[in-house]
Design a protein around this ligand. Structure first.
Ligand SMILES: *[C@@H]1O[C@H](CO)[C@@H](O)[C@H](O)[C@H]1NC(C)=O
Ligand SMILES: *[C@@H]1O[C@H](CO)[C@@H](O)[C@H](O)[C@H]1NC(C)=O
Ligand SMILES: *[C@@H]1O[C@H](CO)[C@@H](O)[C@H](O)[C@H]1NC(C)=O
Ligand SMILES: *[C@@H]1O[C@H](CO)[C@@H](O)[C@H](O)[C@H]1NC(C)=O
Ligand SMILES: *[C@@H]1O[C@H](CO)[C@@H](O)[C@H](O)[C@H]1NC(C)=O
Ligand SMILES: *[C@@H]1O[C@H](CO)[C@@H](O)[C@H](O)[C@H]1NC(C)=O
Ligand SMILES: *[C@@H]1O[C@H](CO)[C@@H](O)[C@H](O)[C@H]1NC(C)=O
Ligand SMILES: *[C@@H]1O[C@H](CO)[C@@H](O)[C@H](O)[C@H]1NC(C)=O
Ligand SMILES: *[C@@H]1O[C@H](CO)[C@@H](O)[C@H](O)[C@H]1NC(C)=O
Length: 412
């Protein structure tokens, strides 16, 4: 919305017209970027103002605030390609440049990388009496992680402050890597907006909130892991892994892509370790141990992950008892199984097979299957039931036959 200064007395007419328009004297910036097929690839709408402090020739500090973006251009904004991530580039005023870039992360998320802002103090209208003339650039690392196919929304005020520049943002909507040309209806709310809604709940909390509803998720890809020591392969694992992290009462389900995961491990007589990592997983450790000298089991999981909002989520539990099998065999479970590390962190496994000890010639030994897989146990029961039924029939038939023949004998 634009406020025109109509009255000769500065301020009065301005205020009046703005009230008539019912708007604040600020512009929403908006960009709907499309790819070569005219499909939306990046969408952003936001409000901002930027305050720059500079030193004058008479050694005073002056501040100037840029809040008029009416003539902003978006030259240089791009959907991104194989080499470069998407970016929003905005030019306004006399030589101001504002750029934000995005990165696609592994495991279905993208991040708002850095906001860079440049200003040119050679412009005497905006920066009168500036002591130092030239182009200055400030970089603000944002490192905000947003799930793919989600729009980030933040009505609340966010402030970035770096050297002589203070940037205020509000009413922010942004989605990069827009899928199928349609801006998502799923949104990641900033923490400040969340507290706004929790402080003033509009809908009474009956039943689970829609955000906690687990989204239907495809099965993770199966990864194969083998740890080698001086004696050759000492640990084998094949599994699809799905992490379920509950953070701020919202469960996020993340599939591990084995192609984008590194791993390492170690083998000892009583313990063995498999440790996975990726750009978002600092480490995910599986520690196996021997018990009663003849069985192994998963004893410990120790995880540390970077979360969407830049914080680190860490949890460890060294008192687990999963994947229990005799030494010299492997443990196998094809069905989905859950390793509950804590109330906030679970691992769903798919097509699992592990052997952390006594691996011979790099191959799995005979498998002990999890009870979930034991469909086979039903067959002996059915066969057994059938057999015992048959036996009962035979016995009854025999008894009846005996009685008949006895009776028959009597008549004789
Ligand atoms: C910049 O925006 C913030 C947040 O809306 C507001 O509090 C502040 O007064 C604005 N500054 C100027 C100079 O307009
Ligand atoms: C101007 O700001 C700088 C920090 O950027 C500060 O060191 C300096 O003391 C300030 N000067 C005056 C006159 O306030
Ligand atoms: C956009 O940038 C390109 C290359 O930097 C330049 O050739 C073109 O004139 C610019 N267009 C506008 C409208 O500023
Ligand atoms: C984003 O921009 C910043 C500053 O220009 C740069 O350091 C960073 O490498 C860029 N990130 C990506 C992923 O291009
Ligand atoms: C995009 O389109 C494909 C194919 O029509 C579909 O499988 C996929 O679910 C769509 N993705 C979204 C986020 O709508
Ligand atoms: C993730 O964990 C939450 C909380 O424990 C649970 O309600 C949800 O069903 C789990 N989702 C999956 C896919 O495991
Ligand atoms: C992952 O690796 C397998 C085997 O090397 C390959 O067939 C597959 O195409 C890869 N997938 C991705 C998404 O890179
Ligand atoms: C991320 O979320 C956690 C939990 O709500 C919160 O404690 C932390 O302050 C947030 N970090 C940022 C950078 O917003
Ligand atoms: C988890 O791993 C970290 C880093 O390797 C370590 O400092 C910490 O002690 C481990 N926690 C447990 C319970 O083993």
């Amino acid at each position: 919305m634009v406020c025109f200064r109509l009255a000769p007395v500065p301020g009065s007419g301005l205020i009046l017209l703005c009230l008539v328009l019912g708007a604040v004297s600020s512009y929403a910036l908006e960009l709907n970027l499309t790819d070569s097929e005219k499909a939306t690839c990046l969408y952003a709408k936001w409000q901002m103002n930027i305050t720059i402090r500079y030193e004058t020739t008479d050694k005073h500090n002056k501040t100037v605030t840029i809040s008029d973006f009416g003539a902003a251009t978006y030259n240089g904004s791009s959907c991104g390609d194989d080499q470069n991530g998407p970016k929003i580039a905005v030019q306004f005023g006399s030589g101001f440049s504002w750029i934000v870039n995005f990165t696609k992360m592994i495991i279905s998320a993208y991040s708002v990388d850095t906001i860079s802002f440049s200003y040119n103090t050679n412009d005497n209208t905006t920066f009168p009496d500036a002591e130092e003339k030239g182009v200055f650039t400030v970089f603000d690392p944002v490192a905000l992680r947003i799930p793919l196919n989600n729009i980030f929304r933040c009505s609340s005020l966010s402030t970035l402050e770096k050297s002589n520049v203070v940037q205020h943002y509000w009413d922010v909507h942004v989605q990069a890597f827009v899928q199928n040309g349609t801006v998502s209806t799923k949104e990641l709310l900033c923490d400040k907006d969340k507290t706004l809604t929790t402080v003033k709940p509009i809908i009474p909390t009956t039943g689970p909130s829609p955000t906690t509803k687990p989204s239907p998720k495809e099965k993770p890809k199966i990864g194969s892991y083998s740890v080698v020591n001086s004696n050759g392969t000492c640990l084998l694992a094949t599994m699809g892994l799905q992490l379920n992290i509950t953070h701020d009462k919202v469960a996020s389900v993340i599939n591990i892509n084995p192609n984008q995961t590194e791993y390492t491990g170690s083998c000892h007589p009583q313990t063995a370790l498999l440790s996975l990592s990726s750009t978002t997983i600092k480490y995910l450790d599986f520690v196996f141990a021997v018990k009663n000298e003849n069985r192994f089991y998963l004893k410990e999981v120790n995880v540390s992950m970077y979360l969407f909002n830049g914080t680190v989520f860490s949890i460890a539990n060294n008192n687990l008892s999963y994947w229990d099998a005799p030494l010299g065999s492997s443990y196998m479970c094809n069905k989905e199984q859950t390793v509950s590390v804590s109330g906030l962190f679970q691992i769903n496994t798919f097509d699992l097979r592990v052997q952390p000890f006594n691996v011979m010639e790099g191959k799995y030994s005979t498998a002990q299957e999890c009870s979930l897989d034991d469909d086979t146990i039903l067959i002996p029961i059915i066969v057994g039931a059938g057999l015992s039924g048959l036996i009962i029939v035979i016995v009854i038939a025999y008894l009846i036959g005996r009685r008949k023949s006895y009776a028959g004998y009597q008549t004789l």
